[in-house]
Design a protein around this ligand. Structure first.
Ligand SMILES: Cc1cc2nc3c(=O)[nH]c(=O)nc-3n(C[C@H](O)[C@H](O)[C@H](O)COP(=O)(O)O)c2cc1C
Length: 186
């Protein structure tokens, strides 16, 4: 598959089969991510692969946050359990974190580079017949979710990925054409 086809085929996958990607497949994704452009070659990206117990712990952390909207403790408990179970049932979760350089300019470059690594990973997944869904949000800064992913204090989580075999091809989203978003300066 050429790169343009992979870019066109990538989309956020919402339904996955039960199959967990193999370690070899995941290693290929991380190798592709590791080739992302990166000023000063700081290689700021770090990947955590979450097995079922870690996924359940991450889901419980998210469930605790969701349960704050519950009207009673029974409902809160049900939300926590459901969110935890849903995460355990995912085929695979990959948490992408980045190191935090003391120089803020480098830190911003590192954030950009780590996002490019995420895109490399997502495109490589298309080539391997895998699908991805990126998630984010305040949960990424939650001590319990960070602990579930084994992320140390001197790193920041920047993306939470589900990786697996798609049950169907993702539907392309309608986008404004790039021509509307482009300035051609003489
Ligand atoms: C940095 C980033 C954070 C995202 N966070 C979420 C999220 O928290 N929840 C979610 O459902 N999708 C999330 N997405 C996925 C986007 O919603 C999705 O990429 C967008 O709707 C375009 O759809 P596509 O990926 O199918 O092209 C995120 C994507 C990016 C790049």
């Amino acid at each position: 598959m050429n790169v343009l086809d992979a870019i066109a085929a990538r989309g956020s996958v919402r339904q996955f089969s039960d199959r967990t990607p193999t370690q070899e497949e995941l290693a290929r994704l991380f190798d592709a991510a590791n080739l992302a452009p990166n000023h000063r070659l700081t290689q700021p990206w770090r990947f955590s692969v979450l097995g079922p117990e870690a996924r359940a712990a991450y889901g419980l952390a998210l469930g605790h946050r969701k349960a704050k909207k519950a009207t009673d403790e029974v409902q809160a408990d049900s939300i926590r359990q459901k969110t935890s179970d849903e995460h355990r049932a995912q085929p695979c979760m990959v948490i992408v974190a980045m190191t935090l350089h003391e120089n803020l300019e480098i830190r911003e470059e590192d954030y950009a580079a780590t996002m490019m690594a995420v895109q490399n990973l997502c495109l490589a997944a298309v080539e391997l017949g895998l699908g991805t869904h990126i998630r984010s949000g305040a949960i990424m800064g939650d001590p319990a979710s960070r602990a579930a992913a084994g992320v140390p204090d001197d790193e920041r989580i920047i993306a939470v990925l589900t990786v697996g075999t798609p049950l169907e091809a993702p539907m392309p989203k309608t986008r404004r054409p790039a021509t509307e978003l482009t300035r051609w300066m003489a």
